[in-house]
Design a protein around this ligand. Sequence first.
Ligand code: AMP
Ligand code: TRP
Length: 321
Amino acid sequence: MRILSGIQPSGSMHIGNYVGAVRQWVAAQNVDAFYCIVDLHALTLQIEPARLRQQTLDYLATLVAAGLDPDVCTVFVQSQVPYHAQMNWLLECVASYGELSRMTQFKEKASRQEGYRVSLLTYPVLMAGDILLYSATEVPVGDDQRQHLELTREIAERFNNRYGEVFTVPVGVQPTASARVMDLQEPTRKMSKSLASPLGLIYVHDEPRDIERKVMRAVTDTDNEVRWDEEKKPGLSNLLELYASFSAETPDAVASRYDRYGDLKKDLAELVISSMEPIQRRYREIRPDEGALRVLAARGAEKAAAVAGPLYRRAAEAMGL
Ligand code: AMP
Ligand code: TRP
């Protein structure tokens, strides 16, 4: 089994990222796991260069603080392994314009801005390359990436049919609880860095008092009945799922212990605060030493390139280069 997953260093990491992705990464890490900070993907939307550079280090330190051990798995920065950009081109010659323009995330992001970048359209191809370069068999991602993963499988199969068996066709793995953490203020929309609403997102690095404030002010309904019902009670159901994902219970089991929204919120806030505290503490230790972080990234890139290089050459050769 070979695992690969990625996270964009845009904005600050939120608990949707943590619960939906990073926590699985930590649990599944081994010598055959590759985790990538996808800075090339972050360029699909406007981002200030100095900020991107800083956030890439923030993410690296956060991943290590959350429990990824660079001596066990491979943690690296996408742009430091040039095969990702190169593979992107090869796969752009396999993917079709039609299938890319049908991607939900593209349609959503493109509809929110004028003159969006071409890379916003081709972004799933870059992602497919990230995965296929490592012959990944499993890709842990949140619910929002399912469609991109399906496309990756199609691209891999098409390539293999056309040029011979080069790629392993991966499967996506989703967390059992909270594959999709919703915005606390607009619980029918996923918690998202690209749509940051001030009270809707809890960040991994939020101060305890901010976590508490956001949870206490989370939008619910007025019927005052604590039960899980995603359709009729999206806000409360989101809180129950979040709780359940930190306490390793089912949302129904959590609901059965509470009569009042306020009590549930209070305990949830405490649970999130105490779950983030050790990550925040380690982060404060690691983040100041940028030299050490850069060494760590360089080591990761070297390990990643040793796997991606041979695969890239096989793909390029199969295509006639
Ligand atoms: P991104 O921040 O878009 O790079 O996402 C990094 C990882 O976090 C991906 O695996 C996403 O599927 C996952 N993720 C992002 N937002 C959420 C969310 N609101 N709930 C659950 N998982 C998420
Ligand atoms: N597109 C993913 C996201 O926005 C990030 C990503 C890039 C990724 N490459 C990947 C995830 C490869 C899994 C595997 O969340």
